[in-house]
Structures are given as C-alpha cells and as structure tokens.
Ligand binder design. Structure first.
Ligand code: SAH
Length: 218
C-alpha cells in the first residue's frame, strides 16, 4: 500500500473539498504519517474518513476534525500550544509542524508512552508530553497562544481561560457525553472572550477535576 498516495487523497477529498483552506494545515497533514499512529492491524484504514480505536476505549480523531481544529487555531509557526488528550500523538505531530512548541497532557500513561515513542521516531522534539489531569491545564508552562482539547467537556474549564495569552485561542468540544459543539474562544485585550460555535462533533469524554467523573464512563 502506498501511504503517500492515500495521504494526498485524504487531503484533497476529506479536507480541501470540505473547506479546510489553511495551506500550512493541508501541507502538514500531507506530510505526517498517520499510519504510524494507528494500531498495526488498522494501518490500511489510517487515511479513511473516520476516527479509529487506539486501545483503552480511546480513539484517534477523524482526519477532518484534526484539520478543522488545527486550522481554527490560526497558527503561523511561532506559537506555544497546549494540547489536552495526547491519545495516539497524531494531533500532537500535526501541531508540532504548525507551531513552535507543543505541551500535551494525557491521563492514560500507556498511551502517552506510545505517543512519545512514535514522536521520537519522527524526531518531533518540540512536543513535550506529560501524564496527568489536563482539565487543570499546565500552569508552569502557561500562558499559551493556543489550547486544543481533544476530549468532550461538560463545560469550559476555567483554568484554560486563565492560561490563554491575549489573542490566544481555545478550541474545545463542549456538550454531553454523546455529542458536543466545537467552540472557539479568543481572549481579547480587555480580558473578555469572543465565543464562536464551529460545528457539531463527537469526542470521548474529558475526565478529571473540571471534566466528567471517571466511574461513569464505559
Ligand atoms: N488527539 C488524539 C485523540 C485523543 S482521544 C489523537 O490524535 O489521537 C482523547 C484523549 O483524551 C484520550 O486519549 C483520553 O485518555 C484523553 N483524556 C481524557 N481526559 C483527559 C484529561 N483530563 N487529561 C488528559 N487527557 C485526557
């Protein structure tokens, strides 16, 4: 199977055709080898228009969602980004190409370890991964120019707003456990936030202090 051909088709048919127009995002997604981030048995589906299981009841997001969320951050290359929910590490890899530094938090240590190994193999050394509860952000490294949350929250965790730079953007799914709305909040100079609804979506739950309770999942 020629993965680079599948990847180019993914970019044209799933991303550009659906309105993703940020050329840096399209370029990043035509380069990052998504098949390395999925389970070996699912490699032939790596460039299909779907989320896929990565173990521990978690998923690698659909390519379109990764592209849309990355584009919503409007990155130019100098930014410091906080990502919540490293999962497979695929979204982190895309952000690694688009921004200057990526700080990513994952609550399941086996996933974090696996993501680290793949990112090391790709020499993506500008991604820092830590295991822990990402609902409280990463205070030592704040403020961030962008925060991307890859799991669905019941409401906007207030810590994220506090850890955002002026002009910085927070992109996150908010809703119930089954479905959410993808929101973008931009921090304005007067300290208030511009709030936009981008699209409907379905993510696994954000579990933690300012998210859902762990015992209710499954
Ligand atoms: N962006 C990932 C998709 C991750 S799925 C990818 O490209 O593969 C969402 C991830 O969020 C899961 O791995 C889940 O374990 C993690 N997660 C859920 N709640 C979390 C929390 N409070 N802190 C950190 N990670 C969390």
């Amino acid at each position: 199977m020629d993965f680079s051909v599948a990847r180019r088709r993914m970019v044209e048919e799933q991303l550009r055709a659906r309105g993703v127009s940020d050329e840096r995002v399209l370029e990043a997604m035509s380069k990052v080898p998504r098949h390395l981030f999925v389970e070996p048995g699912l490699q032939s589906h790596a460039y299909s228009d779907a989320s896929l299981p990565i173990g521990d009841k978690q998923t690698i997001s659909q390519p379109y969602m990764v592209a849309a969320m990355s584009a919503a951050l409007e990155l130019r290359g100098k930014e410091r980004i906080l990502e919540i929910g490293t999962g497979s590490g695929y979204q982190s890899a895309v952000l690694s190409v688009l921004a200057n530094r990526v700080y990513s938090i994952e609550r399941i240590s086996s996933l974090a370890g696996r993501a680290r190994r793949i990112l090391d193999q790709l020499r993506m050394s500008n991604v820092n991964i830590k295991v822990g509860d990402g609902t409280i952000g990463w205070r030592d490294q704040a403020p961030f120019d962008g925060i991307l949350v890859a799991a669905g929250a019941p409401e906007v965790p207030t810590e994220y707003l506090q850890q955002l730079e002026v002009g910085g953007k927070l992109v996150l799914p908010v809703g119930d456990r089954q479905q959410q709305i993808l929101l973008r909040l931009t921090r304005l100079e007067d300290g208030s936030f511009k709030r936009e609804q981008l699209m409907g979506c379905r993510f696994v739950p954000l579990i933690g202090e300012q998210g859902w309770q762990a015992e209710l999942t499954g």
